[in-house]
Design a protein around this ligand. Structure first.
Ligand SMILES: Cc1cc2nc3c(=O)[nH]c(=O)nc-3n(C[C@H](O)[C@H](O)[C@H](O)COP(=O)(O)O)c2cc1C
Length: 186
């Protein structure tokens, strides 16, 4: 079974990318196939509501999104990590989320995939839970099956990730939970 990790940060080698590598390493050790999407490496424009995807599984905007949509369509679980930007997800991640409407209109192609979320802020209480809520909204609207960290909402981190021991615990518990659910689905 395959887990795809998405970093929503525009910054290469930043906290979100390090966290995605960290959780995918854990998943790999547990025997899952993993893949990663670092949005810092791609160009994904915002949806323009042109309506083309209402009639066919195609997007009028020709950028990197179609390649990324194929990767998440192929996954059994999707774990997303976003920086907190003004109390919500990054604009890069929101643009990608909006472009996934193609998969919803083509027959809810993300339905019942496991979804889990992690958020990283500069402050201890900088809006990580609200950011996770925005990611959970995307997952719910696709009909995904959301898991948290076993007691709360997911990974809650204050940067730098490596120094936030409480945050690291929530990140670990979130990937463990996603892996546990994948095992149950086998
Ligand atoms: C435009 C912008 C808005 C931000 N807003 C918040 C915020 O509301 N709360 C917070 O805790 N940190 C905020 N930050 C800090 C980022 O969340 C933090 O630098 C980021 O999580 C680091 O992730 P990265 O290293 O993967 O890029 C903001 C940073 C930027 C650039």
């Amino acid at each position: 079974m395959k887990i795809i990790g998405i970093s929503g940060s525009p910054r290469k080698d930043g906290n979100n990318e390090r966290i995605i590598d960290y959780v995918l390493d854990i998943a790999k050790q547990k025997g899952f196939i993993t893949g990663r999407i670092f949005l810092s490496e791609y160009k994904v424009e915002g949806c323009t509501d042109c309506g083309l995807c209402k009639s066919k599984k195609e997007c009028a905007i020709k950028d990197d999104a179609s390649k990324l949509l194929a990767l998440i369509e192929d996954a059994d679980a999707i774990i997303v990590s976003s920086p907190v930007y003004f109390g919500s997800v990054s604009s890069q991640l929101k643009a990608f989320f909006d472009r996934t409407i193609v998969l919803r209109r083509a027959g809810f192609l993300l339905k019942n995939k496991i979804g889990a979320a992690i958020s990283v802020g500069g402050s201890r209480n900088g809006g990580q839970e609200k950011t996770i809520e925005a990611m959970h909204a995307w997952m719910n609207i696709h009909g995904m099956a959301i898991v948290g960290d076993g007691s709360h909402f997911g990974g809650i981190v204050q940067k730098p990730f490596e120094e936030d021991n409480v945050g690291i615990r929530t990140v670990k518990d979130t990937i463990y939970k996603a892996c546990d659910f994948l095992e149950l689905m086998k």
